[in-house]
Design a protein around this ligand. Sequence first.
Ligand SMILES: NC(=O)c1ccc[n+]([C@@H]2O[C@H](COP(=O)([O-])OP(=O)(O)OC[C@H]3O[C@@H](n4cnc5c(N)ncnc54)[C@H](O)[C@@H]3O)[C@@H](O)[C@H]2O)c1
Length: 275
Amino acid sequence: MVRVGLIGCGAIGSTLAKAIDSGEVNNADLVAVFDLIGDQANDLVGKLKKKPKKYHEFNSFLRNSDAEIIVEAASQEAAIIYSEKVIASGMDILIMSAGALLDKEFLSRIKETAKKNNKKVLVPSGAIGGLDAVKAAKYEGLERVVLTIRKKPESFKDSPHFKSTVKSHSDLDKPKVLFQGCANDAVKLFPANVNVSASLSLAGIGGKNTVVRIIADPTITTNIHEISIKGKFGKLKIQLENYTHPSNPKTSYLAVLSAIETLRSNISGNIKVGT
Ligand SMILES: NC(=O)c1ccc[n+]([C@@H]2O[C@H](COP(=O)([O-])OP(=O)(O)OC[C@H]3O[C@@H](n4cnc5c(N)ncnc54)[C@H](O)[C@@H]3O)[C@@H](O)[C@H]2O)c1
């Protein structure tokens, strides 16, 4: 059994923990959970059959968790503060708050630490798909990568950029473009909403060259992600209409499924398809 530790017991962390607990992730055992908010960890552990150890303080989690792989499902800030320490302690890490990886210094430090310690850094495709095609296409040159993200206005209400440009999310009665620019800026202005811009950038032409459009749309009921790429291979267009996670409307449910699948395919030893 592979021992898994979890940072962040919110929407993604809880669903992932329940999947492990119910045996959906072969060969995985959830041994420790950590959340800054004590009640989040308590509530989650209360719902699990096998009880992992609970931690409310990172250093104690790191020292005592006895995990082999840690899943970060907390925030970009958490990914930046904890990831290198996790790897340097001899554990692999799966990072959900992928936006953190568009910080150039952090990215180069984490790559270096992972190489030195011979550990894996896993970044799920999250709420989007088609990254296998993007990775393949870039070898012959990609001219353009554009990601359009549409979510309901309330999904953006805690983002610093939304707060400074829109009075209230309920004021919007038609779609409004909140941002158009590079992925590097998008993940800073909308830290909890557009992590997929980072996974797409890392698979393709980087955060400076990947164009992101963010639209608050009161007329939709799903999170819509449209990927459009053009290169020597031809053109690709993908549209995903994602149902949102019941306990966090910012998070697309597919993101959790992608975390579960990434964990499963990396510890099961099965044939890996489409990676
Ligand atoms: N890659 C993707 O496609 C994708 C998709 C959706 C969400 N995400 C990201 O994944 C992360 C988790 O998403 P979620 O929907 O579960 O969020 P959530 O808000 O439901 O849960 C986050 C949990 O992490 C805890 N937390 C926050 N900062 C922490 C810290 N520094 N240390 C310990 N615990 C901390 C919170 O208390 C909360 O319980 C977020 O960063 C989100 O932006 C990524």
